[in-house]
Design a protein around this ligand. Structure first.
Ligand code: NAG
Length: 433
């Protein structure tokens, strides 16, 4: 049932500029606040003039975010692009709204869906949590694959409403989220905004849509928190989150239960275990280790009490994509209509891991070998900032229900990542001269 997915290596990549983020987005924001006030007054004046002298407004009602000019959507050309991107090649295909489409997982899934003939429309806020150039490069890749990514926030109800007015989505692949465990201590509000408020807003629109779509969304292995029974099974306790990130993902699972129970939405949560690969997220250890090893910068390797190894169940992106497609293909229809439940609906949660935890020290050794550079290792005790000591997935449920069977070991997957990394950040920079 699962179609073969070729990964994105053979799509032409676009040069990107790598700007290492020195200061936190929070500090940057403070710094730019006075500038912002100046520019927003200019902008307000300009907007006012525009509305006074322009033709009568056509399109969706102005939301507060639109008034700020951060998003631009609506109009006939825009609707045509949305429809074209969401058009499936055959009657049996899916029509999928992918949130967080310019993200790491979102990009890979959108391309895989489009390639097998499904209709795909992306939404992404392109926020600055990590290098937005990388998101723009992924967007260009999606564009070449025929996937249009609408720039907007999942908290924007009128935008989502409009998308459902234009397209009868059969499925929503919800991947938009504030990721990262440690960043939650700097900016807790962004986790509540994206992972809780944004998710509820999306579910509100989905429950009112006719027909209601089936929803597959990204939860996280972090919901297992301080659970020490291994391997982690879906039935294990998830009531001891170790980070606000984990707590918001756990909240998402409970919210999913509510919307399934009250409105008959079919919802599947996928607990991803440390997903890595080409076009990955720069805030993840394998990614910034690669960067720092190449720069000759020391890397911090954390160890648990009594020199205990910190290990992760690293899962390669192509395996995750197969799991997501399996979840979409086996998702039953939602049962509600007109915002009312008509009967019980499917509610599922699956681990998507690799069932092979690897110590972080071994990850570093593999990277040294692939990069042909020795790492400067700084071994430190693990700080109490939200990270857990190890993760290990039991995937027998996903295997049984989704046909999920990961096939990529860490060394093979990292080889593909490193090849992409060197091509994207090193070769392209050289050839730009
Ligand atoms: C994995 O989970 C399944 C239930 O989904 C359970 O039957 C099995 O015993 C678990 N395996 C291990 C090794 O814990």
């Amino acid at each position: 049932m699962l179609t073969k997915i070729s990964h994105l290596d053979n799509l032409p990549s676009t040069p990107g500029k790598f700007k290492p983020d020195k200061s936190s987005p929070y500090i940057n924001r403070l710094r730019s606040q006075s500038k912002l006030i100046l520019w927003s007054s200019f902008f307000a004046a300009f907007t006012l003039l525009f509305y006074l002298f322009s033709t009568p407004f056509v399109g969706p009602p102005t939301s507060s975010r639109r008034a700020l000019g951060s998003d631009s959507w609506g109009g006939r050309d825009w609707e045509r692009r949305v429809s074209r991107s969401a058009r499936r090649r055959s009657e049996s295909g899916l029509t999928v709204l992918v949130t967080g489409a310019a993200g790491f997982v979102g990009t890979h899934i959108s391309v895989a869906l489009k390639r097998r003939g499904d209709g795909v429309l992306g939404v992404d806020s392109f926020n600055h949590y990590y290098d937005p150039n990388l998101k723009r490069a992924r967007q260009r890749l999606l564009d070449r694959a025929g996937v249009f990514v609408v720039e907007g926030d999942i908290n924007d109800a009128s935008l989502l409403q409009k998308l459902f007015d234009v397209v009868a989505f059969t499925h929503v692949m919800h991947l938009a989220a504030q990721a990262g465990v440690r960043y939650a201590m700097q900016n807790p509000g962004s986790y509540v905004h994206s992972n809780i408020a944004g998710f509820v807003n999306l579910l509100e629109v989905c429950k009112s849509a006719n027909p209601q779509p089936s929803i597959v969304w990204a939860s996280s292995s972090s919901v297992y928190g301080l659970n020490s029974k291994v391997p982690f099974s879906e039935k294990d306790r998830t009531d001891q989150p170790a980070s606000l990130y984990a707590a918001t993902k756990k909240a998402g699972e409970e919210i999913a239960h509510t919307y399934n129970h009250i409105y008959g939405l079919s919802i599947t949560g996928l607990r991803f275990f440390t997903v890595y690969g080409p076009w990955g997220r720069p805030d993840m250890a394998y990614f910034f280790f690669t960067k720092d090893i190449l720069k000759g910068k020391p890397i911090k390797i954390f160890e648990a009490a009594n020199h205990g190894a910190v290990a992760r169940d690293f899962t390669y992106i192509d395996d995750i994509v197969k799991g997501c497609l399996g979840a979409l293909d086996t998702a039953k229809k939602s049962t509600g209509s007109g915002g009312k439940k008509k009967g019980p609906a499917q509610l599922r949660v699956f681990n998507l891991g690799n069932t092979a935890p690897v110590p972080v020290t071994e990850l570093v050794s593999i990277l040294e070998k692939l990069l042909k550079v020795r790492a400067k290792r700084l071994v430190l005790p693990m700080p109490r900032n939200g990270d857990v000591r190890f993760t290990h997935a039991n995937i027998s449920l996903a295997h049984r229900e989704l046909g999920y069977r990961p096939t990529t070991n860490l060394e093979t997957g990292l080889k593909k990542f490193v090849r992409w990394y060197l091509d994207y950040y090193v070769e392209k920079k050289k050839s730009a001269w």
